[in-house]
Ligand binder design. Structure first.
Ligand code: SF4
Ligand code: SF4
Length: 204
């Protein structure tokens, strides 16, 4: 049998409707935490032992380990000879809900592989880190296990990660070298015909 509990609607008084009482209670709780933690922190700084550990992490000097399942910045996997494992099947580009992967396929000289990515670029600012590209890849050629989760920059161009950047698994501090202009024209003799990222960005 289902029991239905009828809740009474609480009528607020005129004073409560001003929200000052709740505001005040919130300030008291916040201030209490602030001063208690400040005292504990000062105590520890002069060598006193505190019962509870200080939970504040002194970022960026201190960093918490991130879960291996965390979807961080992408990387492209390499074959033993250093070439991309990617076979330019376009599955990741098709699966990407943000349409931020741009691949131009070229004919591979390796008889066992039909195609390879002449250009492979990800616009990180449009990416929602859903991981669908990784899930869709039949070759385990793209992963999001780099551990890079801090992205800062001054221009959109810094976030267009090209094939070499993704293959070498460079740190984000090297991201400035990637520009969309790099891909205008030909790469490995193949005309790269993908959309102009900057022009597209202006319309979003
Ligand atoms: S993580 Fe999602 S949004 Fe980002 S590139 Fe992959 S599929 Fe696209
Ligand atoms: S990364 Fe994987 S899914 Fe994307 S084009 Fe290459 S092989 Fe296909």
């Amino acid at each position: 049998m289902i029991t239905v509990k009828v809740l009474k609607t609480v009528e607020l008084s005129a004073w409560q409707k001003t929200y000052y009482p709740e505001l005040w209670k919130g300030m008291v709780v916040t201030s209490r935490h602030f001063f208690v933690n400040l005292a504990r922190f000062a105590g520890r700084a002069v060598g006193m032992k505190t019962k509870r550990p200080i939970v504040t992490i002194q970022y960026p000097e201190e960093r918490r380990p991130i879960s291996p399942r965390w979807r961080a910045r992408h990387r492209l996997m390499q074959r033993p000879d250093g070439s991309p494992r990617c076979v330019a099947c376009m599955m990741c580009e098709t699966a990407c809900p943000d349409k931020c992967i741009y691949i131009t396929a070229g004919e591979s000289l390796d008889g066992r592989i039909e195609k390879y990515p002449v250009a492979f670029e990800i616009d990180l600012l449009r990416c929602c880190f859903c991981g669908l590209c990784v899930e869709a890849c039949p070759e385990d050629a793209i992963r999001m296990d780099t551990g890079y989760v801090e992205f800062g920059g001054y221009s959109r161009g810094e976030y267009y990660m090209d094939r070499e950047f993704l293959l070498k698994d460079l740190g984000m501090e090297d991201k400035g070298r990637t520009t969309h202009a790099q891909y205008r024209g030909e790469l490995d003799g193949v005309v790269v015909t993908r959309v102009d990222l900057l022009a597209q960005a202006k319309h979003h």
